[in-house]
Design a protein around this ligand. Structure first.
Ligand code: EAX
Length: 321
């Protein structure tokens, strides 16, 4: 091969190598692109592209295109999916200690929840999640969960008697709704709208932002602003992908994650404040106040199930914050 041809071949190979040097990160999530997760991931991608000068880009797979949250978490754990933004609901199946976050009425309000997750306790739990084979980038947010149903207004636990309610695939949530006298069915979010439409379940519980963006007003008549538990969300990256990045690239990822959390939390707050009117406009009848002492008393078996296994130290630390 002549020297000129050799040099030309090397030049093409070099160009191809630099072009393929771009890192494309695939992220999955269960809600739509215009949801709090989608808005957060769009911001994540913008910041990452900007910081990396276009060397790193994010490709989004919304609306459970890659499976339910539990499946996507598992895919990230085994390395077949780069990243997921997900509610922490299915997490106890991978990191049991995270169940503490699912205890009903544990968090007082958004400031309390965000402060705990952004502080020492949140960081301790992220470290435990890393030990389970993930790179936990950041706590982000799903929001305080409220009950919707197609049977009747719900104000007291008695109103839940026998109600077929879908829960996330989470042992504490299941225990809590059993204790409340409902008939809970754990189910992936991807199946939920159809299950409500077909009457497989009569009820579900989710933050206002999810109820709104998922058009649940089309299949649910009643909304109860129970705020019965706070639902964190989390951004998880495959450990293999994270470990293969340079320190500089890892810094860009963390900066992009932090920027996305601000957007997601901002959207959750926005819908928590003004999303209910939109649901009323779509025909939902809203119960604004529950018999909270009755609910708190009824869910005690969920606390017992947790403290029997883990004690109450972490609960007390969260309450004290
Ligand atoms: O993360 O499964 C659920 O109800 C979650 O809140 C939803 O997928 C958003």
């Amino acid at each position: 091969m002549s020297l000129r041809l050799l040099l030309a071949t090397a030049a093409v190979a070099g160009f191809a190598a630099s072009a393929s040097a771009q890192t494309v990160i695939e992220v999955g999530y269960a809600t739509t692109t215009d949801s709090h997760y989608g808005m957060g991931m769009t911001r994540f991608g913008e910041v990452l592209e900007d910081l990396s000068g276009g060397e790193m880009t994010l490709v989004q797979h919304p609306a459970a295109a890659l499976g339910g949250e539990r499946e996507m978490i598992e895919a990230v754990q085994i390395g077949t999916l780069d990243m997921v933004i997900t509610s922490s609901g299915p997490l106890p199946n991978f990191v049991p200690e995270t169940q503490v976050l699912d205890l009903p009425f544990l968090f007082r309000d958004y400031d309390h929840a965000r402060g705990v997750l952004d502080g020492e306790i949140g960081q301790e739990l992220l470290a435990k999640i890393d030990e389970a084979g993930f790179k936990a980038l950041a706590w982000t947010e799903n929001g305080f969960r409220h009950i919707t149903n197609s049977r009747q207004p719900v104000k007291t636990p008695a109103d839940l008697a026998g109600l077929k309610i879908r829960t996330m695939e989470n042992p504490i949530h299941l225990k809590a709704f059993e204790a409340l006298g409902a008939a809970p069915t754990p189910m992936s979010f991807a199946e939920l709208f159809t299950a409500l439409q077909q009457g497989v379940v009569d009820a579900q519980e989710n933050p206002i932002v999810v109820i709104s963006v998922s058009n649940f007003a089309e299949v649910q008549d009643y909304l109860t602003l129970s705020g019965h538990l706070y639902s964190p969300a989390i951004i998880l990256m495959s450990d293999a992908l994270w470990s293969g990045l340079s320190e500089e690239e890892q810094g860009w990822i963390m900066e992009a994650a932090a920027a996305s959390v601000e957007v997601t939390r901002g959207r959750v707050s926005e819908l928590e404040e003004n999303g209910v009117q939109g649901l009323i406009d779509k025909g939902m009848e809203v119960v604004t106040e529950i018999d909270r002492p009755a609910f708190e008393a009824a869910v005690q078996p969920a606390y017992t199930a947790y403290t029997d296994q883990y004690g109450d130290e972490l609960i007390e630390r969260i309450r004290a914050q």
